[in-house]
Ligand binder design. Sequence first.
Ligand code: HEC
Length: 147
Amino acid sequence: MMVRKFTTLLVNCLVLFGVHSLSYAGCGDITDSMTPEAIFSRIKPVGIVEAEGGMVAAAPSAATELSATAGEDRYKSTCAVCHETGVGGAPKFRNEADWKVRMEAGIDGMLAIAIKGKGAMPPKGTCMQCSDQELKLAIEHMIPQKK
Ligand code: HEC
């Protein structure tokens, strides 16, 4: 009895699957897990997680772009040439006396001067490809640090 029912069910399912895979959902528990929809729903979350994982990994790098050491990197690659030793009267790296008066203008004031240039300080400190944000980070790196 049970065997026959099972066989009938199985045959029905196979026939239905062969004839029309969309009817396959009516096959019951035995083969439900093998329907294309069931298989897809098992695979789908994995695929989506992977896709989102990829996007999550890509999105921050595209949005923030600047690394945590961007200011330091930029300072070393461009600004240090003059600011490390004070070439042409450049305020020296984290030197309190050199920066005191300039810092009164605030970071945005100093940024504005750095962008425009001043005396022996070339516009953008020669880093023409630097964004304002990069310059700002470089300045924040070279001024005396808050204790
Ligand atoms: C070619 C040498 C040189 C380079 C390279 C250079 N600077 Fe300067 N910088 C100077 C000199 C000289 C001054 C002083 C200008 C003055 O006050 O007459 C100065 C001043 C400054 C000041 C103070 C501005 C103020 O408020 O008076 C800032 C901020 C600054 N530089 C940022 C930078 C940054 C950021 C970079 C790198 C992206 C950079 N500089 C690269 C020579 C340089």
